[in-house]
Design a protein around this ligand. Structure first.
Ligand code: MG
Length: 390
C-alpha cells in the first residue's frame, strides 16, 4: 500500500439525472450546452477526476440512458460506470442506483450542479468515515420569510439558515439505516427533496461542511452562465467606376459614379461579412463567394450577407451588435444612414439599436476621390437555446 493512501476514503458517486426539467420549458437542462460540453458531463468529469471516487453510477431518465452512455464514452470516462434508470422522486432514484451497486461510502450529487471540482468532492468524502453523514451548505445571504396564503407568517433567524448543496456524502450502512428508520417513523411522509432529510426523519445526525457559492443548481435557463462572445473585424476598399450604381449597406445612393467590383461592390457589406466570418474563424468572403464565380456576377451583396448569416446561425451564434464605418470623401451619406441601418438590421435579424453605420472622410488624403472604403466590427454571442447536444 502506498504511503499516505492508507486512510483515504473511497466512494461510489451517485449522480441523480432523472429530473423532469419542468422549469426549463421542457428542454433538458442536463444536456444544455455549458462552455462547449453538456451540463451533465461537467459533473461526471469532476467525479472521474476525483481521487476518492472508485465508480460512477448515473440514475437517468429511461429515454436518456443511451445518450448518457454515449457521452461518457466520448468524454473518455475510464472509471467503472453504471447508467441505470432513475425514478419519479429523488429518494427512489437513489434507491435504484443503490440497487445497482453499493460501496463503503456513497456521494449523492445533483446532475444539474456542474460547477463542482474534484478537490471539493475529495474533501467532503474525506470527512465521511468519521462523521457518517456530511453535506455541503452555504449561509443564506438574504432575509427569508415564511409565507402562507400570500401573508408573512414569520422571519427565521438568518444565522441559522443555510442553502444545502451536493454532493451529500454518507457511509452506506448509515444511509441504509436512515432509510429504514425514516420509513418506520412515518410511512406516509412526503418524498424527501435531499438525502440528508432521511437522516433527519430517522433522528440521525447530519454534519455540515462549507459549501461553495459557485456550486449552483441549474434550474432555469437564466442559471446558465453568459454564453461565449466572439469579436470580428473586416475591412474593404473599392475604387470608383463609371456606369455603375453606388450601393452601400443595400441602399442605392445617387452619385455620378459607382464602385467597381464583381458583385454590386457594396463595400460596407463586404467589410461586414468579413467581420462576421472572421469572428468565427470561417475565412473571408473571397473563400465563400469567389469573384471568379459567374453565379456571383452582379449579385446583391445583401443576398450574400443573408447567406453568411445562415452560416453564423448554424454555428449557434447571433450578432450582439455591429459597428460599420464608411470612409468616403464624396458623396455625402448622412441622409442614407438610417436606411442602411434598417437594411442591415433586417438581414441580420437584430434590433436597429444594435446596428451602427457611420461615415467619415479622409480630409482629401488617402482614398479621397478614388474610391470608398469600409471598416466593420461585430460582436457575436453564442445562442444557448439553439444548441443542444443530441
Ligand atoms: Mg470587396
Amino acid at each position: 500500500m502506498k504511503t499516505g493512501m492508507t486512510n483515504k476514503a473511497r466512494a461510489a458517486a451517485i449522480i441523480a439525472a432523472a429530473g423532469s426539467s419542468s422549469r426549463m420549458g421542457g428542454r433538458d437542462k442536463l444536456f444544455a450546452d455549458l462552455d462547449g460540453a453538456p451540463v451533465i458531463m461537467h459533473s461526471v468529469l469532476a467525479f472521474e477526476k476525483a481521487e476518492s471516487i472508485d465508480e460512477i453510477i448515473i440514475a437517468a431518465r429511461f429515454d436518456s440512458i443511451v445518450k448518457i452512455r454515449q457521452l461518457c464514452k466520448e468524454y473518455g470516462i475510464t472509471k467503472p460506470l453504471i447508467v441505470t434508470e432513475g425514478a419519479e422522486t429523488r429518494q427512489e432514484t437513489v434507491a435504484c442506483a443503490l440497487r445497482a451497486n453499493s460501496s463503503g461510502i456513497i456521494a449523492v450529487h445533483d446532475g444539474a450542479r456542474p460547477f463542482i471540482t474534484p478537490e471539493f468532492i475529495d474533501r467532503i468524502i474525506g470527512l465521511a468515515p468519521e462523521k457518517g453523514a456530511v453535506i455541503p451548505a452555504v449561509k443564506v445571504k438574504e432575509t427569508v420569510k415564511v409565507v402562507r396564503g400570500g401573508r408573512v407568517i414569520s422571519t427565521p433567524d438568518r444565522d441559522e439558515l443555510y442553502l444545502v448543496q451536493t454532493p451529500q456524502v454518507f457511509l452506506f450502512e448509515k444511509y441504509q439505516e436512515a432509510v429504514e428508520k425514516a420509513r418506520e417513523a412515518d410511512r406516509n411522509a412526503p418524498p424527501v427533496t435531499d438525502d440528508a432529510q432521511l437522516f433527519e426523519r430517522a433522528g440521525m445526525e447530519v454534519f455540515v461542511t462549507e459549501g461553495d457559492y459557485g456550486n449552483i443548481k441549474i434550474t432555469t435557463k437564466d442559471d446558465l452562465p453568459c454564453s461565449e462572445l466572439r469579436i470580428g473585424s473586416g475591412y474593404d476598399v473599392h475604387r470608383f467606376a463609371r456606369d455603375r450604381k453606388l450601393i452601400l449597406c443595400g441602399a442605392e445612393i445617387p452619385h455620378e459614379e459607382g464602385l467597381f467590383g464583381h458583385s454590386d461592390a457594396d463595400v460596407a457589406v463586404h467589410a461586414l461579412m468579413d467581420a462576421l466570418l472572421g469572428a468565427l474563424a470561417l475565412g473571408d468572403i473571397g473563400r465563400h463567394f469567389p469573384n471568379t464565380g459567374p453565379q456571383y456576377k452582379g449579385i446583391s451583396s445583401m443576398e450574400l450577407l443573408r447567406r453568411v448569416m445562415v452560416l453564423i446561425n448554424e454555428k449557434g451564434y447571433s450578432p450582439s451588435n455591429i459597428d460599420i464605418t464608411i470612409i468616403a470623401d464624396r458623396p455625402k451619406l448622412a441622409d442614407y444612414i438610417l436606411q442602411m441601418r434598417e437594411n442591415i438590421a433586417e438581414a441580420c435579424r437584430i434590433p436597429l439599436n444594435r446596428i451602427s453605420v457611420k461615415a467619415t472622410t479622409e480630409e482629401g488624403l488617402g482614398l479621397a476621390g478614388k474610391g470608398i472604403g469600409a471598416n466593420a466590427i461585430c460582436l457575436l454571442k453564442e445562442v444557448h437555446a439553439m444548441r443542444q447536444f443530441t
